[in-house]
Design a protein around this ligand. Structure first.
Ligand SMILES: Nc1nc2c([nH]c(=O)n2[C@@H]2O[C@H](COP(=O)(O)OP(=O)(O)OP(=O)(O)O)[C@@H](O)[C@H]2O)c(=O)[nH]1
Ligand SMILES: [Mg+2]
Length: 127
């Protein structure tokens, strides 16, 4: 079974907002682009808006599909719908107590992301 996920690349002034996955989660200890599982009958863009409200306390006003990545981990397979969040209201924060950071794009390589994110990080670094 492939798990469908929506994740948001929240940008502002050449910085990107990332969050630390807690140790008890899949890929715990890795940094992530906030997001979560797409529910049955839910559009990925709607899942993105719902998850970013729940996890970061922002209202997505505009998002653009960026890349769709299918990745097989040893324990699960995921299909990640990455979006660029081009407009939002509210100030992103770790609403669920997670550690968060605004990171200059040029420093993204210093953070450890899940394996599936490698092409995304590379694409952002090339900008
Ligand atoms: N949110 C997010 N998940 C990612 C990224 N990269 C990546 O491989 N994943 C994987 O995609 C899945 C998404 O799960 P999630 O844990 O965010 O899902 P969720 O918010 O619905 O939470 P839940 O685990 O409490 O149900 C996890 O298996 C996670 O390891 C990423 O950049 N952001
Ligand atoms: Mg999540």
């Amino acid at each position: 079974m492939v798990i469908s996920v929506a994740a948001g690349i929240i940008m502002r002034d050449e910085q990107v907002f990332i969050a630390l996955r807690s140790q008890d989660k899949h890929q715990g200890g890795c940094w992530e682009f906030p997001g979560g599982k797409v529910e049955q009958e839910e559009a990925p863009s709607a899942a993105l808006a719902r998850e970013l409200a729940e996890e970061c306390g922002i209202q997505v006003q505009e998002s653009t599909p960026f890349q769709l990545i299918r990745h097989d981990y040893s324990d699960k397979s995921v299909e990640l719908h990455f979006f660029k969040v081009t407009d939002f209201a509210g100030e992103p924060h770790g609403k669920e107590g997670q550690e968060v950071a605004w990171v200059p794009l040029s420093e993204l390589a210093h953070y450890t992301f899940p394996e599936a994110n490698v092409p995304i990080v590379e694409a952002l670094l090339k900008r």
